[in-house]
Design a protein around this ligand. Sequence first.
Ligand SMILES: [Zn+2]
Length: 116
Amino acid sequence: MIPSGPLPVPRLGPYPDRPRPYPPGHPPHLPIRPLWVCRACGLPWPCAEARLLLKVEYDASPVDLAIYLSGLYHEATHDLFRLNPHDGPTPRELFERFVAWGPYRRGLVDPPTGDR
Ligand SMILES: [Zn+2]
């Protein structure tokens, strides 16, 4: 059945609003878009501090962290490829930076099998 009214608009990626400021009142380690550098320390986001805070903040919900990071990977890829289409970071570099350090992952390469 065709729904009446407008079709749902596809969801955009998550808004990068985590990690929360810690200690409270200090500048949050959040990205400045579209550059994806940390607004607190100026390093490529997620900086080490942001990763640490995200791991703590999402300690009880690693799946949510994996989804959040994957969504921001999409967003950052969109921004950075448009910003610098020729010599920006590669997809693999962005994947490692945004997704691969997080929870619920396998290695980028499957381990060899059948050697025993
Ligand atoms: Zn930072």
